[in-house]
Design a protein around this ligand. Sequence first.
Ligand code: EPZ
Length: 420
Amino acid sequence: MDKFVIQGRRRLSGKIAIGGAKNAALPIMAATLLSSRSHLLLNIPTLGDTTTIGRLLQRLGATVQYTKEGLSICVTSIEHCEAPYDLVKTMRASVLVLGPLLARCGEAHLSLPGGCTIGSRPINLHLEALKKMGAEISINHGVVHAKARRLHGADIHFDIPTVTGTENIMMAATGARGTTLLTNAACEPEVVDLATFLTTLGFRIEGAGTPQIRIEGIGHEPDRDTAYVIIPDRIEAGTYMAAAMITRGDIYLSTCHPSHLVSICGALREAGATITEENDGIRVQGGKIHPVRVTTRPHPGFPTDMQAQLMAVLALSSGMSVVTETVFDGRLNHIAELARMGADITHHGQDTTIRGVPRLSGAPVMASDLRGGAALVLAGLAAEDLTHVSRVYHIDRGYEKMEAKLSGVGASIERISGAV
Ligand code: EPZ
């Protein structure tokens, strides 16, 4: 397993190009199952998770080719309807093939994604919605078996605005007879990007980005090849914004959409960042870090995927901050690791209290999920002496070439391959 070795206390300065959004790439790649035509996807990041879903699509019968233009996917026919445990256990987002498989071939067998280090992560809302659309669902030996001669439209209200739940049902509904109305749907930019991709395939979807989404089944498969550019990754952008803050640096993030970063910019400005929006990106200048109170919320609130990174920044603030995590029940593994680096950080229930300290000290720490791992890298960038971050494979799932991007703005970060 690889690790990062970081020599801290270097001020970062320069430009970082933001890549394509992991959480848009995954549902859009899954959506190619809905069509037998060819799809060229551009700006797809090369990550652990996109590689995994590419392998899963190949198992199902897709041709997946990385070309110099982009990622070409064609699913002429579905050969298998099973998402096996060996792939699902490494990536929960495998659940995103459930809706498209039911829509395309009326059958799907998916190993139940287990919990993960950030929480229990059930998929009950996905399954209840599919049942309302006419699917027969059973679970045996950890495998979800779903069958539907033909899905039909339904009115579906999500008790929780689930992101992949919204995406799964949106994709399933494109193959259903009649209209599906989703209420309390997730509003994330990645949901909108999927809806836009589905519209380019010829499906009829209205309201994506709002809590109410209407999907019309069109009664036939898409009849066109497509080329589609996915949106930039707002969480990657937020992570490097935090890097500018924690090192009191000055970083320009190109190819990102400021409109996707409103809540992140709001919290980081309150914490002392100077953020200026330019035509295709934003400039972030760090300075004195102020304490803040932030609560994670579904979009457009402050994203849970930036919670750990914000905590790392606040460890060096001038006072006491409180970060409240309301989305996941276990997204706290980075707290003990940050404490090993000298952070004064404690949690009680959903609230984490961070009392700023004058400095952090380098230490050997371990990543246990991709955003928590990113937070440890951020802390290492500011800490005195060396920080060793192990189990970097977690970070590689969601960040493309992190060490190269950080080195490019002056960080001392080295990947040691095969480290124990
Ligand atoms: C998506 O996960 C993202 N993953 C996550 O990003 C992100 O943290 C999360 O949304 C929240 O924004 C992808 O898009 C691939 P949810 P998802 O369903 O869809 C509960 C990252 O770091 N829930 O919106 O799995 C659930 O337990 C990853 O890139 C149910 O109870 O999250 C959680 O408490 C991590 N039953 C809440 O809803 C269900 O059937 C929100 O989860 C589904 C969800």
